[in-house]
Design a protein around this ligand. Sequence first.
Ligand SMILES: Cc1cc2nc3c(=O)[nH]c(=O)nc-3n(C[C@H](O)[C@H](O)[C@H](O)COP(=O)(O)O)c2cc1C
Length: 187
Amino acid sequence: MVNKTKILAFGASFRKGSYSKIVQGSLAALAPENASVSEFSLEGIPIFNQDLEGNLPSQVKEFKTAIEASDAIVIVTPEYNYSVPGYLKNAIDWATRPYGSNSFDGKAAAIISTSPGTLGGSRANYHLRQCFITMNVRALNRPEAIISQVDQKIKDNVLADEKTRDVLKKLLQGLAQLANAKLTGKV
Ligand SMILES: Cc1cc2nc3c(=O)[nH]c(=O)nc-3n(C[C@H](O)[C@H](O)[C@H](O)COP(=O)(O)O)c2cc1C
C-alpha cells in the first residue's frame, strides 16, 4: 500500500462557532485519496519569549513535532486588523526557532483565508505568504483560497458552498502533488 501524504492543518481561531475552525474541520473530507489531513489547535501556545528557546514549552514541542511529522502544511487563517492573527504569527515564530531548527524547512505549504467580509481575509493571506519566505516553505501558488462571506457559505456548522469546496479540493490535490514533487539539485 502506498503511504498517504500527511497534511497538517492549523491556524483556525479558538472561539465557539469559529468560521475558520469549521473550514479547517472540512478539509479531511475534501482531501484526495492519496492524502490525509490532521488538525493541530494552537490554543494554549504561550507568548514567544526568546529566553525559552533552550527549553521549549511543551505545547511548542508538540507543535514542532506535528509539523516535522507532516509532509505538507495548510494554514487556515482569519484576518485580524488586516493581517495574520497574533496567536498564529506567535505559533509560527516559535516553530521557526531556535535558529537552525526551523520545523517548516522545505515543507510544501498552502494558505486558506476566511472572513465574513467581502475581501476574504486576503490581506492576512498575503502577509502570511511573505512569512513563507523566511519559513522556507515551498508555497502552493494556486489555487488561491480566499473565502469571502464565509458565514453565508456555512450551513448547520458545515462548509456547504459547493464552489468553495471545489477550490479546497483542488488546493489539497495541488498541495499533495507539490509535497511529492521531486526536487532537482540543492535548494
Ligand atoms: C481583533 C479582530 C480584528 C479583526 N479584523 C478584521 C479584518 O481586518 N478584516 C476582516 O475581514 N475581518 C476582521 N475581523 C472580523 C473577523 O473576520 C471575524 O470576527 C471572524 O469571524 C473571525 O474568524 P473566526 O470566525 O474563525 O473566529 C476582526 C476580528 C477581530 C476579533
